[in-house]
Design a protein around this ligand. Structure first.
Ligand code: CP
Length: 304
């Protein structure tokens, strides 16, 4: 991959996405065989998180360690950010410490791009506000490809808090680039005004959206971004847009249930659906490890 940074799916060509998916498969082979790899030996990887995370930060850190890198985590709430340091000054500090890759999550859309323009290190966007979460979309593609073999032509339905979701924006771009047919389904209040520009079909009725669906992607209600104020209550959301066993029966027989997690069980999906046979939510996490190994190797890896 001939680029310094990974900021968004928007920037990636289909051929680059295909290359990342192939490399992710190689990484899965390495994980399964317990082989060591020193692709990032001697490189310094810093995860710089201004927002909470469990799976993204842990899997980036784990991926970097498996590849032989030195790994540091900066938690913004316990760093000099609290003393008023700007994002650019923090980035320049990490540059001066010979950091090779900065993995950043920030509440502000555009933060990863701003950082990338001001540091020598490679920057990977681990989620910037409501804008993009590119490695989530890549891992979702990879999980779907592993299940179906081919992404082109699949019907992908993304349900819920579309307006606040960086996962939705990255997934829509990613699945569209790979030739899937994407439908978004939500109450109007949880759809962005620009939904018509996203290249998707729009449904407000969940059962209509489910017809023929191969991939059902439930999104977390982002209460920290005030989603609750846009609907009349979680009960209403659960009743009309929540996924349970009966809803899943309306989709294709081979349909899989995905969720980027963390899940609000009993809101976006019932516990039984999340843990059921059609769920690939746990496999998504493993796919995330493979994809993040692939992305870091391709941005900064040596010949090995
Ligand atoms: N899917 C996702 O980004 O999860 P975390 O917030 O736990 O990283």
């Amino acid at each position: 991959m001939k680029r310094k940074d990974l900021i968004g799916i928007k920037d990636l060509a289909k051929t680059e996405i295909e290359e990342i998916l192939r490399c992710s498969d190689t990484m899965r082979g390495i994980l399964q065989s317990d082989k060591k790899t020193d692709t990032l030996y001697g490189k310094n990887v810093v995860s710089l998180f201004y927002e909470n995370s469990t799976r993204t930060r842990t899997s980036f850190n784990q991926a970097a360690r498996i590849l032989g890198a030195n790994v540091e985590s900066v938690n913004a709430s316990a760093s000099s950010v609290q003393k008023g340091e700007s994002l650019i000054d923090t980035g320049k500090t990490l540059d001066a410490l010979k950091t090779d890759i900065i993995v950043i999550r920030h509440s502000m859309a555009g933060a990863a791009n701003l950082l990338a323009a001001n540091v020598s290190a490679s920057v990977i966007n681990a989620g910037d506000g409501c804008n993009e979460h590119p490695t989530q979309a890549l891992l979702d593609l990879y999980a779907v490809k592993r299940r179906f073999g081919e992404i082109r032509g699949l019907k992908v339905v993304i349900i819920g808090d579309i307006i606040h979701s960086r996962v939705a924006r990255s997934d829509i771009r990613a699945f569209n680039k790979m030739g899937a047919k994407v439908t978004v389904c939500a109450p109007y209040s949880l759809l962005p005004d620009s939904v018509g520009e996203l290249g998707v079909s729009v449904e407000t009725d969940l059962l209509n959206a489910m017809a023929g669906a191969d991939v059902i992607m439930a999104l977390r209600m982002q209460l920290e971004r005030n989603s609750g104020a846009l609907i009349s209550g979680m009960g209403e959301f659960r009743r009309f847009w929540g996924i349970d066993g009966d809803v899943l029966k309306k989709a294709s027989e081979r349909a899989i249930l995905m969720h980027p997690a963390p899940i609000n069980r009993g809101v976006e999906v019932t516990g039984a659906a999340a843990d059921g046979e059609q769920s690939v939510i746990t496999d998504q996490v493993t796919c995330g490890l493979c994809v993040r190994m692939a992305v870091m190797s391709m941005l900064k890896g040596g010949a090995k």
